[in-house]
Design a protein around this ligand. Sequence first.
Ligand code: ATP
Ligand code: MG
Length: 420
Amino acid sequence: MISIPKGTKDVLPSQAYKWHYIEDCARRTAEQFNIFEVRTPVFEHTELFARGVGDTTDIVNKEMYTFLDKGGRSVTLKPEGTAGVARMFIENGLASSPLPMKAFYITPCFRYERPQAGRLRQFHQFGVEIYGSAAPAADAEAICAASTFLKKLGITNTELAINSIGCKSCRAQYNAALREYFRPHLAEMCPTCNERFNKNPLRMLDCKEEACKKIASGAPKIIDYLCPDCAAHFEAVKAMLDAQGIDYIVDPGIVRGLDYYTRTVFEFVSTAIGAQGTVCAGGRYDGLIAELGGPSTPAVGFAAGLERLLLLMENTGVAFPAPPVPAIYLAGMDSQTRAKAFALTGELREAGVPAECDLMERSLKAQLKYADKSGAKYVAVIGSDELAEGAVNVKKMSDGSTDKVPFEGLINYITSQGGN
Ligand code: ATP
Ligand code: MG
C-alpha cells in the first residue's frame, strides 16, 4: 500500500465540517473588516521567497520545497503566503488602487520540517495583509482582525504577546549591542547562530537550541533601543488595543521568523497544544514591497495556522457546529418503489432539501440502519401500498412521530417543518 507522505494529513469526510467551520469563520471575519480574498499560485519562482522571506531565515535556509521544473527553472512551493501577495501587488500595479489594500488568503503552505504535533510539511494558513498604511491604526486593525477570528472560532484561551523590533535606524544600534553581548558567548552557540551573528544578529533571539535560548534570554532588549518614532508608534498601537479592550502582554523576546518585519510584531499563543503553541503570528513589514522591486509601501499582516487552531479547539473542547445531515431518507423495497424513492429524492434535492436514498441495493432493514447512522431527520419507507396510494408515512426521528404525506406534498412538508 502507498501511504501518505510524512508530515501531511488527509481530511476525512467525517471531519471536513470542522475545516468548513474554521474557513467560514475566517471569511466572515474578513467580511466584517472589508478584507477581500486573493489567490496566488501554490508555486513561485524561488527567488521570490529567497528575497521576500529573507535568506537568514529557517524557512529559506532549511525548509523550502524547491525543485527544477521541466524547463529547468527553480520553483518553490509557497512556504508562507505573504511573499506571493506582495508579488501580486507589485505586478498588478495595485499601489495605484485605492489604499489601503486589504487582502486575505486561505492557502496550503509547504515547509520541509521535522513533523510533530502542530508541525507539518503541508499545513494551511489564513492570512491577512494590509498594504499602504504606516499608521498605528493599521497594526491595531490587523491585530483586531486576528483577535476577532479567534473569538469567532470560540477560542478564548490564547495570550496575545506583542513587541516592537524597530526600524532600520534603531536596529543598527541594537544590532551593535547584540553583537557586543553575544561575542563572548559565540563558542557556546550553534553554528547557525554563529552565522547569524554576522548576517542578522536579531535572528539569534529566535534560535530553538536550548543552549542558545539560555544565552539569548539575557540579551539586551530591542524595546530599550527604539528610536523616538518607533517608540511613539508602539505606544499608539498599544493605546488602540487598550481602547478596543484587547488584552496583551509586551514580550521583548518576540522577533518572528521572517526577515522582513519592522516595528510591531505579535503572536497569539496557547499553552494547550504543546510546544508548537503559536496559533497566529504577524507584524509590520514596511520594507518588503520595496525589497521586491515595488514602490515603497508600508504593510502589516498576520497568518494563522489552521491545523494548530483545529488542534487547540479539539484539545480544549471548543464546540463545532453540528455537521450537516440529510433532512430525509427515502427507503424503497423493490425495483418500483426504489425507483420512486430515487425520483422523489431528486425532486427534494432540486428544491434545495438535502435528501438521501439507497445506492447499495440494501435490504429495508439495512437501509433503515444506514438512515439512522446518517442522522437523517426524517425517514419514509415507500412500499407497494404507498406507491398505490401516492402517499407515505414520514417518521420524525427525534420523537418517533409520523405523518401521512402525499408524494407531491413532501417538499412542502419537510421545508415547513424546518427539516432542511
Ligand atoms: P514556528 O516558530 O512555530 O516554527 P513560524 O515562525 O515558522 O512558527 P510563521 O511563519 O509565522 O511561523 O507562520 C504563521 C503560523 O503558521 C504559525 O504561527 C503557525 O500557526 C503556522 N505554522 C507555521 N509552520 C507550521 C508548520 N510546519 N505546521 C503547521 N503550522 C505551521
Ligand atoms: Mg517555523
